[in-house]
Design a protein around this ligand. Structure first.
Ligand code: C2O
Ligand code: CU
Length: 467
């Protein structure tokens, strides 16, 4: 009898103790350093022995240069809506390649603090706007100056990276357009910011269709920006479209597309060129349209999706990834466990759960390959900060169309992608899912340059909470 009780007790402990240990290990400290969490993954490269390095806070743009474009963005929360200078989306920031852009963020009343990230622009690390990683959150009544050089033309956007899963949903976002040097702004160059406010799908902050004054023969550039957490789609009615650019990089040899839609991942952008026919055309989104000239009426969403991996003409991408210096796995799974003491079915990266996830260690100049795979049961739009990555293959099949450089990549359950980039922007760069609640649930890791040291902490007195 006693033996039975003892065995039962031992068995109970055998279950309870490991669970307790898992629970205890999952607790996040009050503040922690991104550069000291998880474990270092050298991706087959060598471990350097740096005893010092450049602090993140020093990775800035030339402080003596006079800005070419200056903006002040005042952020305010009223009810469940966050506006920037009174609107959401906030004002479109327009610059030309080579311009030094200086933006002053003023936090009027966001109690959690805030920070601005320049999605798709490869800014110096201390300007990246990730609270707790590249700066402290800006408290109510405080301000912060961002300075960066607009180094490539294209369509980008800015958004909060402090409690981002709430602040972005509530409207803390806006478009950025970088024009080629010397290009004149044109009324035929328009943005289409797709965002759901309080469950209502809006285009540029308005419900329903919008009309662009365009004459037959005009070519309109529609810059579609997906600021939501899930994929959306873009297509046209009345005229074919050409996908001129993806995530701010022009495609090579794109051809007109008829009965297909383009799928736009969370965070992603496409620039469509549409030449307006006599009867007008529409740039269409699932719940609204941009009417270009006369209204041809609405069409059906095409069932077929344009495959960007075989679109346009193949050419030398200017990056040889056949002998990478580092090759990392970013394998996304899911399993039951605890996250900060909370039970749930949480995301895993290479079998590890946040915060025990890999830090991807690189040295400046490395050619880096990532093998991203997803077996988590859900789709994840993956976003690496500070770099543009070249798509090499999907499910083992090499890309056959135009070189495709992305900063936001939709990875479906069961899919795998191989991407490559050059580590040419020192810093600590988060690499996370842009379905922002997923990031908040631990689907976030980071790229760590080995000669860089951190300057900020998650949590702490600034209350830094990047996701
Ligand atoms: Cu657009 Cu880390 O985000
Ligand atoms: Cu996700």
């Amino acid at each position: 009898m006693r033996l039975r009780t003892a065995i039962a007790a031992v068995l109970a402990l055998a279950v309870v103790v490991p669970i307790g240990v898992l629970w205890q290990r999952s607790l996040l400290p009050d503040h922690y350093d991104m550069a000291k969490m998880g474990y270092a993954d050298y991706g087959g490269g060598t471990k350097a022995h740096h005893h010092s390095g450049t602090p993140v806070a020093e990775l800035i743009t030339d402080p003596t240069r006079t800005p070419d474009v200056e903006e002040i963005l005042r952020v305010r929360k009223t009810g469940g809506r966050i506006t920037i200078n009174g609107t959401s989306p906030g004002p479109t920031l327009t610059a030309h390649v080579g311009d030094l852009v200086q933006v002053r963020l003023v936090n009027e009343n966001l109690a959690d603090g805030t920070a601005l990230h320049w999605h798709g622009i490869d800014v110096p690390n201390a300007m990246d706007g990730v609270a707790g990683v590249t700066q402290d959150a800006v408290a109510p009544g405080q301000e912060f100056d961002y300075r960066f050089v607009a180094n490539r033309p294209g369509t980008y956007w800015y958004h909060s990276h402090q409690v981002s899963h709430e602040q972005v949903r509530e409207g803390l976002l806006g478009p950025i357009v970088i024009l080629p040097t010397g290009a004149e702004p044109s009324p035929l160059d328009v943005t289409a910011v797709i965002h759901q406010y309080d469950g209502v799908n809006m285009l540029n902050g308005h419900e329903g269709n919008q009309t662009i004054a365009a004459a037959p023969g005009d070519t309109v550039r529609v810059r579609a920006i997906n600021t939501d957490n899930t994929n959306t789609a873009v297509w046209t009615t009345g005229a074919p479209y050409v996908v001129a650019a993806v995530d701010g990089t022009d495609l090579n040899g794109p051809t007109p597309v008829g009965e297909k839609r383009v799928v736009l991942p969370a965070g992603g952008r496409v620039d469509l060129l549409v030449t307006v026919p006599a009867d007008g055309a529409r740039g269409e989104f699932p719940r609204a349209a941009l009417v270009l000239g006369s209204d041809p009426g609405s069409g059906q969403q095409p069932a077929e999706t344009l495959d960007l991996l075989s679109y346009g003409d193949s050419t030398d991408p200017g990056l040889d990834a056949s002998h990478p210096d580092r090759e990392f796995k970013y394998s996304i799974g899911r399993r039951p466990g605890f996250l900060d003491g909370k039970p749930g079915i949480w995301w895993t990266i290479n079998g590890h759960q946040f915060p025990n996830v890999p830090m991807f260690m690189v040295a400046e100049g490395d050619v880096v390959v990532f093998d991203i795979s997803n077996h988590s049961g859900e789709l994840h739009p993956m976003h690496l900060h500070g770099h543009h990555a070249l798509v090499l293959s999907r499910n083992g099949e090499p890309i056959s169309g135009s070189p495709l450089w992305v900063d936001s990549l939709s990875v479906k359950n069961g899919e795998s992608y191989q991407i490559a980039f050059v580590a040419d922007n020192p810093g600590i760069w988060v690499d996370h899912c842009h379905n922002l609640p997923h990031a908040q649930e631990g689907l976030i890791a980071h790229l760590m340059y080995e000669n860089v040291t951190s300057s900020y902490k998650i949590g702490g007195t600034a209350g830094n909470q990047p996701e």
